[in-house]
Design a protein around this ligand. Structure first.
Ligand SMILES: Cc1cc2nc3c(=O)[nH]c(=O)nc-3n(C[C@H](O)[C@H](O)[C@H](O)COP(=O)(O)OP(=O)(O)OC[C@H]3O[C@@H](n4cnc5c(N)ncnc54)[C@H](O)[C@@H]3O)c2cc1C
Length: 519
């Protein structure tokens, strides 16, 4: 038994929590280390064959249940034959997912939840939320990411609806491999399942995605550690993004805090690359525990930890991933469809739920299941691509020398400009929806009023990132213009063959979502 005084704060606190949290943290660290060192094994789980399948039992098999069940319930409701395989038990995590209220309306639109069920799924709601950076002043916003959804209730309700509508769930069943045939996919699970379409919802570390990416290193990583705990001073407000320290350990630390059902959720998160010298998750948990008292104005000994949370989210410039096979579609975290500055994968899935349900329905109806046809369902979105520059501007290279407050000062300047321009600019941005007009106005205002903040960003992010960004920025402008124009041909196109219509609707979706017109 280790002497208590020689134990780190992390060891002391985590060892008192149920469920071997310390062991899980160290396991996660092994995966993080493997990613940093490029030693993550590349599995061979998907193969192709030219043989025809004798029969195809399912229209859709979804692998991975956490966000997979959202889509599973929606597609089963459309009348498709859907099976879902989940390697564990399909159950939501204890910790709430934060999202904005308006985004949840899709559950009503798709008739996945009744108004009463949606109400019950909302565990917490708070207002207002704060944005604040070291040395700057506080900005307050309302109704942004201020709803805490109870994943246990949500997933349980969707699971019942899915089963009631005739969906089949295989729990404790892991995806191990698949063969793509010309007329379907055979999945090695539950004695062999055959399907027209395989949906990969197995998260960032999906074996299918690992094979498709072939060990390609991520350009960015968002690392998050935190807890849900009691014992804090009363505080009904939240923090959307806050920093109160200068750069340290070649990282800028950001914080998030929300009132939660079991007390208060607080997260420390940072953006970095996967350089081998980057610290471990355990180091960041220790940093979190060191700084939490200052952040929340409370003694560590007063905090009653209910659960400690952590994760790392790799992001790839080559996103969303294009699968090299027919009949396989990634959704949720596996698709890499969300922005590199976000760890709101639930929010991102909910935002795209209607579009994906409709798109998959169309694809199945007209048999548009080729690699290219399915890639249209996870299209390039310039408004996500432009956020790569923000990821860069909020992170520090392992050997880069930056002024200690460079990131804080830049963010203070940019957010002040956004606040000055109003909620129409600030709120979508905080919900991960970048729009051309809002972005242009912000950049113009910041460059004109505070050129001293903008110029140092150029050497920080590098010329390649900047040029890349310009291309995406121009595309964002083009997409914003194309969307309203392309809608004009909606009516005449109704006479065209289904496949042509399929592509047209996917492009329309790409221009809409890719320019933030869905907001
Ligand atoms: C600390 C923390 C806080 C977060 N807070 C928020 C938030 O407030 N709001 C928000 O929107 N998002 C938040 N997120 C992100 C959100 O939790 C994820 O984006 C979401 O869980 C992604 O879901 P997924 O189903 O795509 O992947 P995962 O959550 O990784 O789930 C993958 C599923 O696939 C299953 N699976 C994996 N491999 C196999 C296999 N071989 N066979 C069968 N099944 C398999 C797993 O068991 C799991 O059910 C947070 C994440 C963390 C770590």
């Amino acid at each position: 038994m280790q002497n208590k005084t020689s134990m780190s704060q992390t060891e002391q606190i985590l060892s008192q929590l149920p469920g071997d949290v310390l062991g899980r943290l160290r396991n996660a660290d092994q995966s993080w280390k493997a990613l940093q060192e490029g030693t993550t094994p590349v599995p061979l789980v998907v193969k192709e064959t030219q043989e025809l399948l004798g029969s195809v039992d399912w229209d859709i098999v979804i692998c991975g249940g956490t966000l997979g069940i959202l889509l599973g319930a929606a597609l089963q409701r459309q009348g498709w034959r859907v099976a879902l395989i989940e390697r564990g038990i399909l159950r939501g995590r204890e910790q709430e997912w934060n999202i904005s209220r308006k985004e949840l309306e899709v559950f009503l639109e798709l008739e996945l939840l009744t108004a009463a069920e949606l109400k019950q799924a909302i565990a917490t709601e708070y207002n207002p939320g704060r944005v604040s950076f070291f040395g700057g002043s506080d900005i307050w916003v309302r109704d942004v990411l201020n709803i805490g959804v109870d994943p246990v209730f949500l997933l349980d309700t969707l699971k019942s609806k899915f089963l009631d509508a005739g969906g089949q769930l295989f729990e404790n069943t892991a995806f191990e491999g698949a063969a793509v045939h010309p007329n379907g996919v055979r999945i090695d699970a539950a004695g062999g399942l055959t399907t027209r379409l395989l949906i990969d919802a197995m998260g960032h570390f999906s074996p299918i995605v690992k094979q498709a990416r072939q060990g390609e290193p991520p350009e960015g990583v968002c690392l998050v550690v935190g807890s849900c705990a009691g014992g804090f001073p009363n505080n009904d407000t939240g923090d959307l993004i806050v920093s109160f320290t200068p750069i340290q350990t070649q990282c800028q630390y950001f914080w998030e805090a929300f009132p939660a059902r079991d007390g208060r959720t607080t997260y420390l998160f940072t953006y970095l690359d996967a350089h081998p010298q980057r610290p471990s998750l355990e180091f960041f948990v220790e940093e979190y525990l060191r700084l939490l008292p200052e952040y929340q104005d409370v003694e560590l000994s007063q905090i009653d930890f209910k659960r400690v949370l952590f994760g790392f989210f790799p992001s790839y410039k080559n996103s969303p991933i294009r699968m090299p096979w027919n009949r396989i579609l990634p959704v949720g975290d596996s698709s890499g469809g969300q922005s590199p500055v976000s760890f709101g994968g639930f929010g991102s899935m909910v935002r795209h739920l209607n579009r994906l349900t409709q798109g998959i329905d169309d694809a199945l109806k007209c048999d548009a299941l080729s690699q290219n046809a399915l890639a249209q369902l996870q299209p390039y979105q310039p408004n996500i691509a432009v956020t790569w520059m923000f990821q860069r501007a909020m992170s520090v290279g392992i050997n880069q020398q930056l002024a200690p407050n460079q990131i804080n000062e830049l963010l203070t300047g940019v957010f002040q400009a956004m606040a000055q321009l109003g909620d129409d600019v600030l709120c979508p941005f905080l919900q991960d929806i970048v729009q051309f007009s809002g972005l242009s106005k912000t950049l113009l205002l910041t460059s004109l009023t505070k050129p001293g903040l903008v110029i140092p960003v150029i050497p920080q992010v590098g010329l390649t990132t900047l040029l890349d960004w310009m291309v995406h920025y121009i595309n964002l402008g083009i997409y914003s213009g194309l969307y309203p124009v392309a809608q004009l041909i909606k009516e005449p196109l109704k006479t065209f063959p289904p496949k042509t219509q399929y592509y047209y609707h996917r492009w329309l979706n790409a221009w809409c979502y890719g320019s933030g017109n869905d907001y």
